[in-house]
Each structure stands twice: as C-alpha cells, then as structure tokens.
Design a protein around this ligand. Sequence first.
Ligand SMILES: *[C@@H]1O[C@H](CO)[C@@H](O)[C@H](O)[C@H]1NC(C)=O
Length: 196
Amino acid sequence: MVSITLLFAATLTPALCCHWLNHDYHHLNSESITQLERMGGGAISMSKSLLPFPYILYERMERAEVSTQLVFIRDNMELILGLYRHDNLSSASWDPVSTEHFLVSIGRQRDEISSCVSVDLRADCRLRRYYNKLRRRTLSLTGGSVASWEFIRTETKHHLDQMQMLVNDMLTAASGRRPTDAPQLQIDSVSTSAPC
Ligand SMILES: *[C@@H]1O[C@H](CO)[C@@H](O)[C@H](O)[C@H]1NC(C)=O
C-alpha cells in the first residue's frame, strides 16, 4: 500500500507540473471558502438567481488537457478577483478583515497556478463572457447593491466548489495513468483555446 502511494506521488508531481496543486490547493481553496462564509457572518444562503450557473464550462473542462484546465482555473481566480475590485465593495457591509483575507487567498491561488502555466495562454472566451454578463446583471445594474453582492458571494462559493471538484478529477486522472504515459501529461505550450 505504501509503495503504491509513493508511486502515485512520484508520477503525479511532474505530470501536473504544480507540486502545489497536489499538496496545498485543497487547503488554500478551503481557506478561501471559509473566509467567504465568514465575511458574510456565516454560511452562504442561496440568493435569488440572477444568472444561470455556467455548469457547461466545467463539464467541458473535465475533458480538456491539463494545461487548458490550469489556465481555466488561473483565469477563473483572476476574474473572481475582478468582481471584487469595485468602488462600492463596502456597500456589501461584509466584515472587512475576512473580506481582505478572502481576496488575498484568491490572489494566492491565482499566483501559485500562474507559476506553472504560460502567461500567453488564456482561458476560453466563454468564461470571460460569463463574468462580464454576471457583472452587468448585478454590480453594473445596481451600482453595488447588497442583494447583488450577496449573489456574487453565492456564485463565488459555487465556483470555488466546482474548481475543487475539477482539481480532484485532475489528480484522479493523473494517478490513474501509468508512469510510461506521463510524458504526454507534461504541460506544453499547445493550447486549443481561441484568443479573446
Ligand atoms: C457606487 O454607488 C453610488 C451610489 O449608489 C453610485 O452612484 C456609483 O455609480 C456606484 N459606483 C459604481 C462603480 O458602480
């Protein structure tokens, strides 16, 4: 049993490029979710849906190449951060310390993943379009109302959960491959995503 675990560990690290993804991602993503809950004073309730959740983007990512998956997660983190870079963030009346910790932890997730993917690669336009629409229907429409901030918080939680599942799938897929297959998993500069 021990040797199997060691074998997996040995094949996972080069395959996924990010040692971090293997060892620290889960912890940091959980920290982001904890802070996200804490800043609103507890668990996140489902707020009224202002936009359908883009499950289709995550379904597509399940079958994507590792490099594409990593770029998707990196850009997703950056786009989440973009939502919160808003003049009227204070009108959400969230706990400022938890909010700050949350934003720092999301920034760290983005930075850590950035260190193992090419800066030239960008996520599919559809992800960007979704976030633009989300912003238009909430913050742009209301100037940053409490309800729109709560919806953003609910959506953020959903994205963090979905990314956690995606990473779990990536790790499972990598551990299921034989070591001789590993070179095919190396991150390379090939990308199928269209430029935005
Ligand atoms: C912030 O709120 C004020 C007052 O509601 C509004 O006039 C302003 O446009 C909002 N700013 C942004 C960036 O939405």
